[in-house]
Design a protein around this ligand. Structure first.
Ligand code: NAI
Ligand code: MG
Length: 355
């Protein structure tokens, strides 16, 4: 198989973790007989410095022509005080919108070797392996009208939670497809006892669900879901929800794994390349020191192989290698206990490639 991958290293530790991820992809290609071709492009602060925009047209073009996109992270103190459109993060938002990446996949896997890194009890965390699918391009974060106005009752403010049925349907369909690749259990999270948008969400889930009789569909109210994620996270397999609920629940669920350095993500559209990136940011405090944990980016690469290229076996090989490396006690600094020896970014990359 020959695939074109756009690599957008970005800022801070972004270049450090993506460099190791590219090496890992090359190793997987060698072992399984695939050719991955890489095209590097700028995004975020480094793009701002070179071109005055956080997402140059050339970068967008390279992304559009690729089969998948690997991104490091963007941002840093250097660019924190510019106006909105001159912020590195604006590049990321523009890229998601331009490529219609409406489904954000955030898996949470609790690695047995890291169970002690979490604040929850090991018996609660045992076997946790869940996937949250968040709608990413609609809802409260984009709805119009919005803003402040003076009224007879004083200052007032409005945000609008707006979804078309088609937007709801496409993300639910994606969720059923993904649940099918997993344990075939889909929890749809809403607030149907209060919100009209949630009632349409629930009706649509029931309707689409008839096309997926092999997937067990369950509805859960968002406040209950927030409790259940902490009380008994092992009950979840695949979870789907709208933009804001997903923003909050995915960050909550992320804490189950105990480390920001272990969390991958994917953002998918209907056609065109998917975007794969670690959940963490550019970590300016450790940038350039070879201290970053590259495992979140490696897990993002595994998602790319699985969801964009249908290379299930290759994806599993990466996940297995990470499991083994951790079981054998290897850690980067963020995972190490006080006083424990740890590996650099490049050493961890080398270890995973060797397993
Ligand atoms: P951050 O995720 O960059 O860092 C938070 C803490 O976690 C820091 O102490 C950092 O050293 C540590 N950390 C993060 N990733 C790590 C890794 N792979 N290995 C070891 N330690 C790691 O979040 P923060 O500090 O809030 O933001 C820093 C910059 O990143 C900001 O400019 C922010 O806007 C940007 N950011 C970018 C994101 C993206 O590109 N998707 C997402 C979140 C933040
Ligand atoms: Mg968030």
């Amino acid at each position: 198989m020959i695939k074109q991958i756009a690599v957008l290293p970005g800022d801070g530790i972004g270049p450090e973790v993506t460099e190791e991820a590219v090496r890992l992809l090359e190793e997987v290609g060698k072992q399984f007989g695939h050719t991955f071709q890489f095209q590097f492009a700028d995004i975020g602060g480094c793009a701002l410095d070179k071109t005055g925009t956080p997402l140059p047209e050339e970068t967008l073009q390279i992304c559009r022509e690729s089969d998948a996109i690997l991104l490091g992270a963007v941002g840093g103190p250097k660019w924190d005080h510019g106006p909105g459109e001159k912020r590195p993060e604006a590049g990321l938002l523009k890229l998601r919108k331009a490529l219609q990446l409406y489904a954000n996949l955030r898996p949470v896997i609790v690695f047995p070797a890291l169970v002690n890194a979490s604040t929850l009890k090991p018996e609660v965390l045992e076997g946790v392996n869940l996937m949250i699918i968040r709608e990413l391009t609609g809802g409260l974060y984009f709805g119009q009208p919005r803003g402040r106005k003076e009224t007879d009752e004083g200052l007032a403010v409005v945000d609008t939670l707006y979804y078309t049925e088609a937007e709801i349907e496409r993300v639910l369909r994606k969720a059923f497809e993904i649940a099918r690749l997993r344990k075939k259990h889909l929890v749809s999270v809403d607030k149907a006892n209060v919100l009209d948008s949630s009632r349409l969400w629930r009706e649509t889930a029931d309707r689409i669900g008839k096309e997926y009789p092999d997937v067990k569909l369950e509805h859960m109210l968002v406040d209950n879901a927030a409790m259940q994620l902490i009380r008994r996270p092992g009950q979840f397999d695949t979870v789907v929800t709208e933009n804001m609920f997903g923003d909050i629940l995915s960050d909550e669920a992320a804490m189950l794994s105990g480390s920001l350095g272990m969390l991958p993500s994917a953002s998918l559209s209907d056609s065109g390349p998917g975007l794969y990136e670690p959940v963490h940011g550019s970590a300016p405090d450790i940038a350039g020191q070879n201290l970053a944990n590259p495992l979140a980016t490696f897990l993002s690469v595994a998602m790319m192989l699985k969801y964009s290229f249908n290379l299930e076996q290759e994806a599993q090989a990466i996940e297995q290698a990470i499991h083994k490396v951790l079981e054998d006690g290897y850690r980067t600094r963020d995972l190490a206990q006080e006083g424990e020896r740890y590996l650099t970014t490049t050493e961890m990359g080398e270890k995973v490639r060797a397993y």
